[in-house]
Design a protein. Structure first.
Length: 121
């Protein structure tokens, strides 16, 4: 019985403990990368694909590979910020700024590329 109570108490403590900002940023980065890739696939690649050429798909791989080092840098930065002396309010403000930048990156680049490809066609 004591074992069951202690495990339920541990679960309650885990639920009460919020996720760290570094882990939340990692989740945000993963979602941004998925959105970025899907928008590239469904917006940019069809506007580039004329016939069965391989280069639009190669460009897709290059565009995804080009953004990954930036996203890894953001993730690493949050690992460092998590261990810094910043207050919770300071971390919260930086978190909101960085998630806004991720949204602009995830939606902006594919939309701009789709517009440029449509204008060139």
């Amino acid at each position: 019985m004591a074992k069951a109570q202690s495990s339920s108490q541990r679960r309650a403590a885990q639920k009460a403990k919020p996720k760290s900002y570094a882990k939340r940023m990692s989740d945000q980065i993963a979602v941004a990368l998925i959105i970025y890739t899907l928008l590239l696939i469904f917006l940019v690649t069809p506007s580039l694909a004329s016939g069965m050429r391989i280069w639009p798909y190669f460009l897709l791989v290059v565009m995804v590979a080009a953004v990954i080092p930036f996203l890894r840098g953001v993730d690493h930065r949050w690992q460092i910020l998590e261990n810094s002396e910043l207050s919770d309010r300071g971390l919260y403000l930086r978190f909101k700024q960085d998630t806004g930048k991720l949204c602009v990156l995830a939606f902006g680049i594919p939309l701009i590329l789709a517009g440029v490809c449509s204008a060139l066609s």
